[in-house]
Design a binder for this molecule. Structure first.
Ligand code: SIN
Ligand code: CO
Length: 378
């Protein structure tokens, strides 16, 4: 993507300008971010997705001033009638199930893939919404169908109501208000308060991001580091204490053991590239609900494209795909990085692949992580 090219998606800003001026800093309202936007997912498609196991969905309903929250899957009969006001169905990860939605999400890849999370679609009946709240992550709210009134504010007082099962602000103080029509989009940085209320039936697409929490990241990486921590020649390195003196306070932990623990951790971290490998594997790990249909091993002379569910990234020494890492250098590394960035390789690009790279690509096709280019998407 040309990050210096003005985009109507960003109201005429270039991705570079948007990231400098707005990302994690201040909202941006874009009228007709996608002019003439035709929503790729209809109400009935969304309801069908919400009925599936392995698709995360929620139903939020305001009944006689009481907020209610239920988790899916929902059969059509479990959803309220369309004419009933004040309800919202939210379906997460629609990009994993629909190629057009996945393609739409790719327009936001001026933000690193490691930060992109998923595309959620909400369907609301007249008056529906999830209440005034703030999110911990950045979000682009793209109006897909019907109209929604957004009220937003910087909100200092982040106290939540404690009498309902939803995270709703106790004292919302909106500062601005907009009605979004299909194709309009609102970007909000983390913790910016917002409340969106459907004016008639409406659908909103939320392009959501993820940011690892420091403690959770440390935990994930330490587990992976521990798996990698090498014993010497297959034998565990045991703590030795030939110099240990007799103790009168047996419950006290020997300082030598604390030093041994510290050394164990610093040795594990000092292994070359171990942290980089663990991070890439963690970032590309598919979500628990994701599975791949095994594919065809025939090699893809007509080019190759990644499956929409595949997560592929790279660093200076590796390529990562779906939680696995490969050391890569030279021409093959260039090719694999190109595949990760573009999510496809043309026949001409593929012609430059080494036999090893072709073998790897064909094993990914077999696993369903990638497909021959011309094979029709389902
Ligand atoms: C919605 O689409 O109803 C909620 C999206 C949000 O407020 O983050
Ligand atoms: Co929100």
């Amino acid at each position: 993507m040309d990050i210096q090219q003005p985009l109507s998606l960003l109201g005429g800003l270039t991705p570079a300008q948007f990231m400098r001026r707005h990302w994690q800093k201040k909202p941006l309202l874009v009228r007709q971010a996608i002019p003439g936007f035709q929503a790729p997912v209809q109400r009935s498609d969304l309801f069908a997705l919400a009925a599936q196991d392995g698709v995360e969905s929620r139903l939020v309903q305001l009944v006689k001033d009481t907020w209610k929250l239920r988790h899916g899957p929902f059969s059509r009969r479990a959803l309220p009638a369309l004419q009933q006001p004040d309800w919202t169905l939210l379906v997460q990860g629609v990009d994993l199930h629909n190629d057009a939605v996945h393609a739409l999400m790719q327009q936001f890849r001026f933000v690193p893939e490691a930060r992109l999370d998923d595309l959620m679609i909400s369907y609301a009946s007249n008056g529906g919404g999830v209440g005034p709240h703030f999110d911990s992550y950045d979000v682009f709210l793209l109006q897909a169908h019907g109209r929604r009134r957004w009220r937003i504010g910087r909100q200092k007082d982040l106290a939540l109501r404690d009498d309902i099962p939803l995270k709703v602000l106790a004292h919302f103080e909106p500062e601005e208000e907009f009605v979004l029509e299909p194709g309009d989009m609102l970007y909000l940085p983390p913790r910016y308060a917002h409340d969106g209320i459907a004016e008639g039936e409406c659908m909103t697409y939320s392009i959501g991001f993820r940011a690892p929490a420091r403690a959770e990241l440390a935990q994930e990486l330490l587990v992976r580091l521990a798996e990698d921590a090498a014993d010497v020649d297959g034998n565990p390195v045991l703590y030795r204490d030939a110099g240990q003196e007799a103790v009168a306070q047996p419950a006290a932990i020997p300082t030598g053991l604390t030093d041994f623990a510290r050394e164990a951790l610093s040795k594990a971290l000092a292994e070359p590239l171990v942290l980089e490998r663990a991070l890439g594997e963690y970032l590309t790990e598919p979500k628990a609900s994701v599975w791949f249909e095994p594919g065809d091993t025939r090699v893809m002379l007509e080019g190759v494209r990644l499956d929409r569910k595949s997560r592929m990234m790279y660093d200076a020494h590796h390529v990562f795909i779906n939680g696995e890492s490969y050391r890569a250098a030279g021409r093959d590394a260039t090719l694999m990085r190109h595949l990760a960035d573009q999510r496809q390789l043309t026949p001409r690009e593929l012609a430059r692949a080494s036999d090893d790279a072709l073998e790897l690509l064909s094993s990914w096709c077999e696993a369903g992580w990638a497909h021959a280019w011309l094979e029709q998407a389902d």
